[in-house]
Design a protein around this ligand. Structure first.
Ligand code: NDP
Length: 477
């Protein structure tokens, strides 16, 4: 059992101002693995004060100095890579192979993406009218991250904040705090100045809200549910701070009859189930051209039956448990809603898979004949649940794909290059993947509509942490 009750503030591990213990649970065994502290508004005040003090000098560091620090962090991250992978498996339940190859790997990829962006960054430019535009760090940033891709979201916020010359206070999810604490150790070891990075664990409603409302926080960067994103925006409104949000998704996957669907459909279903379905950009709504609908359902059923649930500590390509009993109950309720609303259950259903009575394991579940008005088509399930529906024409598919409050990702499978471009242009989503193309490091990640605002990763992600200053000088006579 880890004792991780301290916060990282002003370059040191400090006790909370008032003790308030919380047990972190292994979702595969339901056993406690660590005790952490739930911070209070006073703990947030102390961390923000440290970040504010540090900003005065850290914002003056040069780009070269910051590149040097980030490169050191990358080296340390690589040295402690396996430790990170083990922690993510322990607290999130991500199977160890997936944790090594994906969850932990993204931490390396994003660091490279931001180091490259910083190397090419122009902090000053002269406009054709003679005025100068400077890009300056926005100030002290509050960063709130969820549990589903924990180090991914931490890297997408902490790294650009520090790269831009901002200082920050991170509040990770209390379900997965251990990877964040290891990241804090790495930042310390890399030699970032005291106060430039601070970490306080605690509940969203108290610590998260205290950050959003804080008068000395200049920007909030949040990833999580749309509900909490709205709360962060409202809490931030009185102090008119910048808010960037990366929220949920209900991403459509359009499968046309002219595609190589025998290859592409299995790959997108595996992607939907990856991380036990706990990914905001997962292709969870599959729209299939009617002429191939029955064939695709056959493929889907096979992939669903083939998908293994397994112990996160075992190597292999199985999926693990959901993160918590709250998430398990939420997913069960939505599977039940799919059944009640009349969708056809192809694979899976409510309850735990056989042999997995302990732990928050859910059955990989596929529904056919889903109507886009059903809850399983409209709400983010965040579990291994796929909804499939037929369409007759391209226009209809686009209308249904866009008929969602979300707009994070979209997926298009077609053998017709013109159609791929035409459909991509009409989809209201922040990212469109054609024929299985992955998201690449350095490219902007983020969504339209209620999937949020702002973009994370590379140069676009850096931009969010910068303010623009125009310098007007008297024109030369
Ligand atoms: P939340 O959005 O509640 O949690 C994400 C983070 O926000 C956590 O650190 C949480 O802290 C914090 N938070 C919660 N409420 C507030 C608040 N009022 N002010 C500031 N911060 C807050 O997600 P849940 O864990 O409850 O998951 C619910 C659903 O959200 C999932 O089923 C999924 O649909 C979606 N989700 C989407 C994610 C994405 O990547 N876009 C990531 C995670 C969830 P705390 O845990 O202490 O409340």
């Amino acid at each position: 059992m880890y004792d991780k009750r301290k916060f990282y503030v002003d370059g040191q591990w400090v006790d909370p101002l008032k003790a308030n213990d919380f047990q972190v649970v292994n979702p595969a065994t339901e056993n406690p693995i660590a005790v952490i502290s739930m911070g209070s508004t006073s703990d947030i005040d102390r961390a923000v004060a440290a970040a504010k003090r540090s900003f005065a000098s850290y914002s003056e560091t040069t780009i070269d100095e910051r590149i040097w620090l980030l490169e050191k962090l990358l080296l340390i991250y690589k040295n402690r890579y396996n430790e990170m992978a083990q922690l993510i498996t322990l607290e999130l339940g991500a199977p160890i192979t997936m944790s090594i190859e994906q969850q932990t790997h993204v931490g390396v990829g994003h660091l490279h993406g931001f180091i490259d962006a910083l190397k090419n960054h122009k902090s000053c430019e002269v406009l054709p009218n003679g005025d100068t535009v400077r890009r300056e760090p926005i100030g002290v940033c509050g960063l709130i991250t969820p549990w589903n891709w924990p180090i991914n979201q931490i890297a997408l916020k902490v790294v650009p904040a520090l790269a831009a010359g901002c200082t920050c206070v991170l509040k990770p999810s209390e379900f997965t705090p251990l990877n964040a604490m290891l990241y804090a150790e790495m930042i310390h070891e890399a030699g970032f100045p005291a106060g430039s990075f601070n970490l306080v664990t605690g509940e969203g409603a108290e610590c998260g809200s205290a950050l959003s409302r804080h008068k000395d926080i200049d920007m909030m960067s949040f990833t999580g549910s749309t509900r909490a994103g709205i709360a962060v925006s409202k809490d931030s409104a009185d102090t008119v701070k910048r808010v960037t949000l990366e929220l949920g998704g209900k991403s459509p996957n359009l499968v046309f009859a002219d595609s190589d669907y025998e290859e592409l459909v299995p790959a997108t279903i595996r992607e939907c189930f990856n991380n036990s379905g706990q990914s905001c950009d997962a292709p969870t709504r599959m729209l299939v051209e009617r002429s191939i609908y029955d064939k695709v359902l056959g493929i889907a059923e096979n992939i669903g039956l083939e998908t293994k649930v397994g112990d996160p500590q075992s190597e292999g390509v199985h999926i693990g448990p959901l993160v918590s009993h709250i998430q398990f109950d939420r997913v069960q309720a939505l599977i039940q809603a799919g059944i009640d609303e009349g969708a056809r259950l192809l694979v899976g259903g409510v309850g735990k898979p056989q042999g997995f009575e302990v732990g928050y394991f859910a059955k990989p579940t596929i529904f056919a004949d889903v109507d886009n008005s059903m809850r399983i088509a409209r709400e983010e399930v965040f579990g291994p649940v796929l909804a499939i529906m037929p369409f007759d024409a391209e226009d209809e598919a686009i209308i249904v794909a866009n008929d969602t409050p979300y707009g994070l990702a979209a997926y298009v499978q077609t053998g017709d290059a013109d159609r791929a471009e035409r459909v991509s242009a009409r989809l209201r989503a922040g990212m469109v993947h054609i024929n299985g193309a992955p998201h690449r490091y350095g490219s902007p990640f983020g969504g339209f509509k209620q999937s949020g605002n702002g973009r994370e990763g590379g140069a676009f992600g850096l931009e969010d942490f910068l303010e623009i200053k125009t310098i007007h000088r008297p024109s030369a006579a």
